[in-house]
Design a protein around this ligand. Sequence first.
Ligand code: SF4
Ligand code: SF4
Length: 192
Amino acid sequence: MKEYLNNIWSAISTIFIGMSVTWKHMFVPSVTIQYPDVKLDLPERERNRLYVNMDDCIGCDQCARACPVNCIEIETVKSLPEEDLGKTSNGKKKALWVTKFDIDIAKCCYCQLCVFPCPTECIYMTDVYEFSEYERENLLYDFATLTPDERVQKKINYEKLEAEKAAQKAAAAEAAAKAKAAEKKEDNKEQN
Ligand code: SF4
Ligand code: SF4
């Protein structure tokens, strides 16, 4: 009988203990928020998703070299002499076509080391932190603004220019060699 009464007392008392905790929290300010309808203010220097303003990128590769996890891949092609790529917003002359600028954001550790060396301040952290994906390949960001055809064409144009330059150099060397040989022949004739 005594044990039976103890059990009843234990059940009633634990209900009051639990309810006292509930009551206490009714008068304490809430620490949870209704995310995603409500969002916390981010700290001033938060690090989130990177962005590259390609209008200001000169393709110098400094960001890629600074990255400790090699998640930035850049490829460039020299512009042709008749092509004017313009200047960046801080006045740097652009001379390279950026044919590839990929950031594998799945590998990124948000260290921000790529941001500091950029001479045109065109790679920076944004306040975007909601960018989860179901497929890993969707986290490979392609920032290059040229179309796939243009990327190929820029390479072909530059290779063509280099081939022409090499042909001209070879022709000039051949002409010089011929002239030298003719000169030598003349000298030999005079000596005989
Ligand atoms: S934040 Fe760090 S890890 Fe991410 S791309 Fe920049 S240098 Fe690489
Ligand atoms: S450091 Fe800046 S300018 Fe140079 S390649 Fe990277 S983003 Fe472009």
